[in-house]
Design a protein around this ligand. Structure first.
Ligand code: SF4
Length: 333
């Protein structure tokens, strides 16, 4: 049966920040994104492109002021999150929407033992009594790969390694069986082996509990392994979006293509990695026309004058670039 509404449906979200010196930083520009239950949708872009502002909006943690939502809606199970009261948002956070951060320290309270933090969340949101909450906390810790003993339950966050803290945070994020999990660069601070373990863990839990995962990353290579769909964001605007297979088989936007060339290829030892010259513009000074034009090797005079519209190519593959379908130039040389 087709659900009445998507798990998460962001429509035309446009957010700016008023800066101290009275200038405006345009952080998100008409962002559209759909995430279905049981699916992983990756939001990928360089640092400063608007990924975390998007996550903050969904979590209802956007500070207004200095932020202003100029336009748009964020529907979660058909409910517009932007119109909820603080109490309603608080009830959703932790219960229906879980979040994992790059730095577990931002989420885990250093003054409380891991067990207390999980148990309190279970008692608050699920109204469990203490002994059931302890039992459930042990099950959760075992689910994320710890032994079913009380050592981790009785540990403070500083007594755990980086990978262990990340697992404990995942246990907390999923303790109330959320329908949506936002993972904001959850593996960036970890070494490659741990990175793989945490990615596999998120993937397994998503399948096991049919959670929708919004996976935020700067690394297309990482999300390739776990995402069903990918949206590429640049200077606060989604510039390409489609299924992971389609994106890797037929990337259309020059920015996406350049991001792909910067993924290390383990099969080609010694091959030169392509880096994208320049940097993401700051949100106060977004270039005119196509915001990527100062860095785009294919830019033409018209690219500076007007913003390329987002068009659909084939099956739900959207991209915003004037040159798509007109000419193809190899960027790898
Ligand atoms: Fe490059 Fe122009 Fe396409 Fe922008 S619209 S990505 S500047 S070719």
């Amino acid at each position: 049966m087709v659900p009445e509404y998507e798990l998460l449906d962001i429509q035309g979200l446009d957010v700016s920040f008023r800066q101290e010196h009275r200038t405006t930083a345009h952080a998100l520009r008409s962002v559209d994104l759909i995430l279905s239950s049981g699916e992983t949708h990756a939001l990928v872009g360089e640092s400063g492109s608007g990924k975390t502002v998007t996550a903050t909006c969904i979590m209802g943690l956007l500070p207004t002021p200095p932020a202003t939502v100029n336009r748009g809606q964020v529907f979660f199970k058909g409910k517009n999150l932007l119109s909820l009261s603080e109490n309603e948002k608080r009830r959703l956070r932790g219960k229906e929407i879980g979040m994992i951060f790059q730095e577990p320290g931002k989420y885990l309270n250093p003054a409380y033992k891991i067990g207390e933090q999980i148990i309190e969340t279970l008692m608050l949101h699920l109204k469990m009594n203490r002994s059931s909450a302890i039992k459930r906390a042990l099950e959760l810790l075992s689910l994320v790969g710890f032994n079913k003993n009380k050592r981790i339950l009785n540990s403070y966050p500083h007594e755990l390694s980086g990978g262990m803290k990340q697992r404990a945070m995942i246990a907390m994020a999923i303790c109330c069986r959320p329908s949506l999990l936002i993972a904001d660069e959850p593996t960036t601070a970890l070494d490659v082996t741990l990175q793989l373990q945490i990615l596999n863990l998120i993937h397994r839990l998503k399948d096991q509990f049919s959670i929708g995962v919004l996976f935020i990353s700067h690394d297309l290579g990482v999300v390739k392994e776990i995402a069903d769909k990918i949206s590429v964001i640049y200077a606060g605007k989604i510039i390409e979006s489609t299924t992971t297979n389609q994106l890797f088989e037929n990337p259309r936007h020059p920015y996406t293509r350049l991001l792909m060339l910067s993924i290390p290829d383990a099969t080609k030892r010694g091959s030169r990695l392509r880096s994208i010259p320049g940097a993401v513009p700051d949100a106060e000074h977004i270039p005119s026309g196509c915001s990527f034009h100062p860095r785009c090797p294919l830019a033409e005079p018209d690219c500076r004058k007007s913003i390329p519209p987002t068009k659909t190519y084939g099956d739900n593959h959207t991209a915003a670039c004037f040159l798509i379908g007109k000419k193809w130039i190899d960027l790898s040389t």
